[in-house]
Design a protein around this ligand. Sequence first.
Ligand code: PDD
Length: 286
Amino acid sequence: MTQVYFNGHWVAPEQAQISVFDRGFLFGDGVYEVIPAFAGRLFGLDEHLDRLGRSLDQIDIADPLTRDEWFAIIKRLISECASPDVSVYIQVTRGTAAKRDHAYPNPAVAPTVLVSGSPMAALSEAIRRDGAQAITVPDIRWSRCDIKSINLLPNIMARQQAVAAGASEAILVRDGLALEGAASNLFAVIDDELLTAPIGPHILGGITRQKLLDMIRGQGQIPVLEVPIPFDRLFDATEVFVTSSTRDLLPITRINDHPVGAGRIGPVWTALNQAFQQLKTVQVSP
Ligand code: PDD
């Protein structure tokens, strides 16, 4: 089994043990990142480490490692993982305090740092042929969804509702707006324009989302607007897909048991996905 990096050491996963007083365990007081590597090469490394830095900054934890140190750890992980496509998981918590107290420990304690890697599977044959299903659920998360917090209970509950309904993703709806997925960003083609929610405190600014937007703006495949998607207009969409580091562009062909557009994978997803797969092979870190 591939070793994990845990607080400065490389150990077997079962040997990476935290205290019961770790604030991540007690309070969910920490943040995380998921960074993909394709064919052994990292995609969006700097953007992911920048976002980790922003998340840490927002919760007043100093970034425990330099960029070079993160890179060396991540490189070693992906080279040791048996699979060519790997998702690298980073978690930093505020660390272990002597007693449970909501306020930050004073003086500060050393953060707990975990970096692990796991094989990442490509989209299944069935999804690439027929697309996936989604459901919509009320967004019961907090108002700082831009922080990649390890507190994921609402996201977990939403995703589980999707799984129970035989769907692949739950689309979160707040104040009449379809914002993003439980673990993905949302795109919809409405009136021949591609729409996605703007960056703000109610969504996580996805790296895949940003890479896709930059690609489309560079190549001009389709007009793209960062505007809120009204929930009821979601059902006028001719195509819908969600994006994330672990699922790329996941085409959604049914929402709440209604077909999206023709209920089949459409030309916009097909063209964008093809260009994105190409981008993944060229825009890589060593
Ligand atoms: N989640 N929105 C939410 C709520 C997410 O959890 C994620 C990713 C995204 C997409 O971000 P990115 O393109 O940077 O992966 C959007 C990761 C994959 C996870 O929690 O496993």
